[in-house]
Write a protein that binds this ligand. Structure first.
Ligand SMILES: [Zn+2]
Length: 269
């Protein structure tokens, strides 16, 4: 009771923001401040271009509950309430026709699918404290976007998933480049995503590139922004050759282009 009262007295003002499921909330914070969510401190990341400044990243998962999130911005003895109004995005529905075995996989493939799922989960749970990047993020290729993040996906007539990344048009053999510096943590052929490369950029940020016809990098390799990871293709669950590109932040597959524009917004041009 005493604690509760104390917090009540110290909260001097409040701010509110609207955020859509699948997007990232980014808040700039001055030195010495803390951001608390349900009593826990969010990691403060060093501002890429402002001295003595920090920021926090809070991804709102696509399937997260649509409810307000309350943060507390504490500086010295003062606190501000930061209220996030989470809203459901107006995402489209998309109908796709793929090979039947990629919708209802044969029993013999279930172990493989589960192993690959666990492998990703384990990779994304690793929080690398080091930040590998310093320059603004780039897109993985310059090409038309053929499917946006967040579309509800109906494969061969049944709703299977949401689109967890952004698709770029890419005829087979087009070079796919890393969006920023990092370390290769996955470079393998997967049931759904085909030939896939995943890069760790540090601080809980991963980027993933799927359906490649050829992989040019190896696990453990350090890559520089713009370096070619492989060539586009049509491996895995696809309707044709393209690049499926995604960003995973704190284990959540969030809108990659929204993330890039928010992070780049911090960096002086
Ligand atoms: Zn895709």
């Amino acid at each position: 009771m005493y604690r509760l009262l104390l917090i009540f007295i110290l909260v001097t003002s409040s701010f509110s923001y609207e955020i859509i499921n699948g997007k990232t909330f980014l808040l700039e914070v001055e030195k010495g401040a803390k951001i608390l969510k349900e009593g826990k401190e969010l990691p403060l990341l060093k501002h890429p271009s402002k001295e003595d400044s920090f920021f926090v990243l809070l991804p709102i998962g696509y399937k997260d509950k649509i409810k307000d999130i309350e943060l507390l911005h504490v500086k010295g003895k003062k606190s501000e309430k930061v209220l996030l109004h989470v809203k459901k995005g107006n995402y489209k529905k998309e109908t796709l026709k793929v090979s039947a075995k990629k919708v209802n996989p044969p029993k013999k493939e279930l172990d493989r699918i589960y192993t690959e799922y666990l492998e990703s989960k384990k990779v994304y749970a690793i929080y690398t404290k080091k930040r590998y990047w310093s320059k603004p993020f780039k897109n993985p290729m310059m090409s038309k976007i053929t499917s946006q993040y967040g579309n509800a996906r109906i494969f061969n007539g049944s709703l299977k998933s949401f689109h967890s990344g952004t698709d770029f048009r890419a005829p087979t053999g087009t070079p796919i480049n890393t969006i920023n510096d990092g370390v290769v943590v996955v470079a393998s052929d997967r049931y759904y995503s085909g030939n896939t490369v995943i890069i760790d950029h540090g601080e809980g940020v991963y980027s993933s590139y799927s359906h490649m016809s050829h992989i040019d990098v190896k696990v453990g390799q350090h890559v520089k922004q713009g370096e070619t990871l492989g060539l586009s293709g049509a491996t895995g669950r696809v309707t044709g050759p393209h690049l499926h590109f995604s960003i995973i932040l704190q284990s959540k597959k969030i809108d990659p282009l929204d993330f890039i524009s928010k992070i780049n917004g911090l960096i002086k041009k």
